[in-house]
Every structure is written in structure tokens, then in C-alpha cells.
Design a protein around this ligand. Structure first.
Ligand SMILES: *Cc1c(COP(=O)(O)O)cnc(C)c1O
Length: 453
């Protein structure tokens, strides 16, 4: 008997599936919360042993000690950072992806999965109005998506400079201060320099300010402009049309980071904000943020995927059988080789519900955010920093210090009532709601605001 085959009745598998079923159908979901390492050491102790704990003890530890020490990001009153609120169908299908040992990197090994993922990507590309040839890959997150797109942009710009014999070696990226932290971080990975573009009074990047930045440093030194379609803190969508105009004039790659806000493309009430996105060279959106998919899932789409394939394909004798084929190999379009078919949970949920249900769910979260704005307006002790464009709203409690905000956050979490953390903007401590969970209700918002009186 093999050492892994000591459980002929597969009790361990049954326990896992039973737990998964219960968690997927749980209502209400407990918020739970972090514990100290000392607590976990005393409650769980040493879990990895030579003989093994057995399935009963291991599952018990997870269910009663470890899982409750993790916040439920899908709780309707978890409104911090960007929550993750997958549909039940998407989350359930993640179990299937794990169970199926699908290799999602190549057509040869995962054709069925890649076909389905590509249809989900196509839905997103169509929302953005990208051309028929557009395509890409699901990567783990916006950080990897941004990095992969920027690597493609630089590779393309440098190849062009060589072909044209200009001797230019572009190393700069233009972005505003409101771009996501991952842009600065990934620029450091690439040893690229980020040049700041000033924002207008709506906190947006605009064409004229972008032009000023490019001309100040020399447009030939830039290989990409990163615009944001929904900044993480405020949900600001840059003036994509104005920015695209300048990018086209100077021949610079336009990458649009819609990791959080890209989902708003599906919502008729805000679609006009995204005008110009169809001119992007690359675009990302994280379905694990506002498209109801589980972690970890970012859709990375290129206008001309061939440029990404040239920049990213790994060459090796043992890969020739794949790389020399004309088929679509997702791994060729991003950083990384081995690939989980992480787009399948989104695909399954989209296939089950249809895209109209997505449009409706996104509009619902926007309506809840507008309710939050109206409630904040009504209360003399609260003040919105900016009217929400999308589904995040930043606001201040008049008279509160940074310590007051933190104490309030701690009280809400201690009661397992809500998870809402402070944020800062231009040196001031504030707080913020991010509403991406269609189960977050107007009543939830009102109840949380009531605790700030
Ligand atoms: C969240 C976010 C990212 C990073 O995405 P991860 O999936 O966390 O890596 C990048 N850009 C924006 C605008 C984001 O909101």
C-alpha cells in the first residue's frame, strides 16, 4: 500500500467537500478576525508531524482554530481595501479547478479550459471595445498583470528603437500619484523610472498634463503611460480619451490599469467615464475584485497579443513541442510558466448566470455606494472628500483624529460587526467604503454610519 493510501474510504476527501459545501452555502457568514501568533501556537500547536494528525484532527484544527482567525472578505460589512465577494457558483467552481489537475499554460494540455477562459476574456475585451484580435491571459493579480503589460511595452519600444536606428533606450513610465502602489513597485522590479503626471481638480490624469510630463523629460525616454480606470482609493477614472490622444501622437504604449474599476465598463450608468479605453494597448481588470470571482484572478488583455508573445515566450528544448505550435498558449502572454486555469471560476459563473446578471449586480453595488454618499451628506458630522464615480467613497468624521478612526475600526472588528479601516489622503486620516459585494445592503451602510455619530 502506498503511504498516501491509508484512507481507503476517502474520509479526508469527504470531510473537505463537506466543509466546502457548508462554507459555500453559509448564511450569514461570520466576519471572524485575526489572532496573535501566541494564541495560535497555544490553540493549534505543532500541526506538521512525522506521523501526521489524521483527517479528523487536521480538519478540526482548520475549522475551529485557523479559519476563524481569517477575516471573511466576502462578509457584506467587510468594506476595507477591495473586498472579494465571489458568486457561490464561481467559488464552488474553484473547488473543481483544484480537483481537476488542469494545466492552463498551453493549448496542448488544457485546450478546453483555455477555450473557456478565452471566451470570458472576450466578454471583457468587448466591454472595452477592443478589436477582434485582442487577447490575453488570466494572471494571479493586478500586480503581475501590470508587470507583464509593462514588460511587453518596454520590449516593444526598444525593438522599435533598434529597428528605426534611433539609439533610444526608453526607460520611463508616466503615471499619476494616484496610480496603484504596484506600478511603482513593478517599475522597481524592471529598473524603470516612474515620472509623475499632475492631476486635475477631479484627481484625473489629462492629456495636457501628460504632454507636459513627456515633453519635460523627453518623450523618447518613455516606453509606457499607465492610466487608471478606477483608482483604488477614490475610484477615479483618468481622462482616457485625452490620454490616448497624446500616447498616439508620441507613439507611446498606453496601459490602462482597471484592476479594481475595470468592472464598471459593464455598468451603463458609469460606462461614459471609460470613453477612450478602446484605444489602450493593454488593459487589466481583476475579476477577484468587482467581477465576483474568487482569488486570485486578473484578466490581462492586449490590443495586439503578438507583441506580448514575442516579449514573454520562454524558449527551451523541452518546451519546443509547445512553443513551435501555432496554438494559443496562455503562458506566452505574461510572467510565469506553470499556470492554474484561474479564469475558469469566472467562466463558469458567467456561463451559468449570463452577462445581464453581472450588469445588474454591478449596478446594485453602485446604487448602494450612492446611498452611502447620500447618507453621508445628510449627517452633519460626516463629509465626503469627493463624490463617488464608482463604488468607493472616502469620507471624514469631523473632529476625529487618526487615533479616533483606529479606535472605531477596532471596536467594529471586536464586535465582529464590520471591517472598515482608515485610509489617508494628502496627509489626512479618513475612512473609506469599497462596495463590491452585491450582498452589501443599504441597511448595512446606514448601520455602520450610525456607529460614527
Ligand atoms: C488592487 C489593484 C492593483 C493590484 O492588484 P492585485 O490583484 O492586488 O495584485 C493594481 N491596480 C489597481 C488600480 C488596484 O486597485
Amino acid at each position: 500500500m502506498h503511504s498516501f493510501d491509508k484512507d481507503p474510504d476517502h474520509i479526508a476527501v469527504e470531510k473537505v467537500l463537506t466543509y466546502a459545501r457548508e462554507r459555500l452555502l453559509m448564511d450569514p457568514i461570520p466576519l471572524d478576525g485575526p489572532q496573535s501568533e501566541d494564541y495560535l501556537l497555544s490553540a493549534a500547536g505543532q500541526t506538521i508531524t512525522a506521523a501526521g494528525l489524521g483527517s479528523t484532527r487536521a480538519m478540526e484544527l482548520f475549522e475551529h482554530t485557523l479559519a476563524p482567525a481569517c477575516l471573511s472578505t466576502d462578509h457584506p460589512r467587510y468594506l476595507s481595501f477591495i473586498p472579494c465577494a465571489p458568486t457561490r457558483e464561481a467559488a464552488a467552481f474553484d473547488v473543481v479547478v483544484g480537483a481537476s489537475s488542469i494545466y492552463g499554460g498551453s493549448w496542448m494540455e488544457g485546450a478546453g479550459a483555455v477555450y473557456a477562459e478565452n471566451q470570458a476574456l472576450r466578454w471583457i475585451a468587448d466591454l472595452a471595445g477592443l478589436p477582434e484580435e485582442a487577447g490575453g491571459v488570466f494572471v494571479p493579480g493586478g500586480t503581475v498583470g501590470n508587470l507583464s503589460a509593462l514588460v511587453t511595452a518596454r520590449h516593444t519600444a526598444r525593438a522599435k528603437a533598434v529597428a528605426e536606428g534611433t539609439g533610444a533606450r526608453p526607460f520611463r513610465i508616466a503615471a499619476t500619484d494616484n496610480a496603484h502602489s504596484s506600478v511603482v513597485s513593478m517599475a522597481a522590479v524592471m529598473d524603470a523610472e516612474v515620472c509623475g503626471v499632475a492631476v486635475d481638480d477631479m484627481l484625473r490624469m489629462t492629456g495636457p498634463e501628460l504632454r507636459r510630463t513627456l515633453e519635460e523629460h523627453g518623450p523618447e525616454t518613455f516606453f509606457a503611460v499607465v492610466a487608471t480606470s478606477g483608482t483604488t482609493n477614490f475610484g477615479v477614472v483618468d481622462d482616457l480619451d485625452g490620454v490616448a490622444e497624446v500616447c498616439e501622437e508620441f507613439g507611446i504604449w498606453l496601459h490602462v490599469d482597471g484592476a479594481y474599476g475595470g468592472a464598471g465598463l459593464a455598468a451603463p450608468s458609469v460606462r461614459h467615464l471609460y470613453e477612450g479605453i478602446e484605444r489602450a494597448d493593454s488593459f487589466i481588470v481583476d475579476p477577484h475584485k468587482w467581477l465576483f470571482a474568487p482569488f486570485d484572478c486578473c484578466a490581462l488583455i492586449y490590443r495586439d497579443p503578438e507583441l506580448a508573445r514575442i516579449a514573454h515566450t520562454q524558449e527551451a528544448g523541452y518546451l519546443d513541442v509547445i512553443t513551435r505550435s501555432a496554438e494559443w498558449n496562455p503562458t506566452d502572454y505574461s510572467i510565469g510558466l506553470t499556470r492554474r486555469a484561474r479564469g475558469l471560476p469566472l467562466w463558469y459563473s458567467l456561463a451559468v448566470h449570463g452577462t445581464d446578471a453581472y450588469v445588474e449586480a454591478i449596478e446594485d453595488t453602485l446604487a448602494v455606494t450612492r446611498h452611502a454618499a447620500a447618507e453621508i451628506d445628510k449627517r452633519p458630522y460626516l463629509e465626503a472628500v469627493r463624490e463617488p464615480d464608482l463604488s468607493v467613497i472616502v469620507f471624514r468624521r469631523l473632529g476625529w483624529s487618526a487615533e479616533d478612526y483606529q479606535a472605531w475600526t477596532d471596536r467594529l472588528l471586536d464586535r465582529e460587526f464590520a471591517f472598515v479601516v482608515p485610509t489617508t489622503f494628502r496627509g489626512e486620516t479618513l475612512t473609506r467604503f469599497a462596495v463590491v459585494n452585491p450582498h452589501t445592503t443599504k441597511e448595512d451602510i446606514t448601520a455602520i454610519l450610525d456607529t460614527m455619530a
